[in-house]
Unconditional design. Structure first.
Length: 139
């Protein structure tokens, strides 16, 4: 079981070297384990729709070492330029992947242009079956 695997990790050399990793899993157990009960395809759709978290991480990297900004306008300009740069890089990656079979593509999803999600209809149907009270009123 997953609990047994976590206990084995905690007892391992790696687990004793990095006890906070095991503690993070243990503290998040009740929130994360239900996620694993979803079918793999649905988990992938849910996971890949978190592209905004990737964007936020990259924007934090841009602003992290800047200290404070002389004005709000300066901060907004820096963030806008960072978004343009991030999307340009991703557009180039998508262009390189164009024509390749889905399993061989490496480019991340769109952030600024709009998110493209594969298998969304099937995922929505599975979510509606699992959570009819939460999903069906909005369909």
């Amino acid at each position: 079981t997953a609990r047994k695997a976590l206990a084995e990790f905690e007892a391992s050399e790696l687990g004793t070297k990095y006890p906070s990793a095991a503690a993070t899993w243990a503290n998040s157990w009740e929130r994360f384990i239900p996620f694993l009960q979803f079918p793999p395809m649905l988990r992938k759709v849910i996971y890949t729709t978190n592209s905004i978290e990737s964007l936020n991480f990259q924007l934090r990297k841009v602003t992290k070492n800047r200290g404070h900004f002389p004005s709000t306008e300066a901060a907004v300009k820096l963030l806008w330029l960072a978004i343009c740069n991030i999307e340009d890089k991703r557009a180039a990656e998508r262009a390189r992947d164009r024509g390749k079979p889905a399993g061989q593509r490496k480019a991340q999803g769109r952030l600024v242009e709009g998110q493209a999600v594969t298998n969304w209809k099937q995922a929505l149907a599975q979510l509606a079956a699992a959570y009819p009270d939460r999903i069906n009123p909005y369909l």
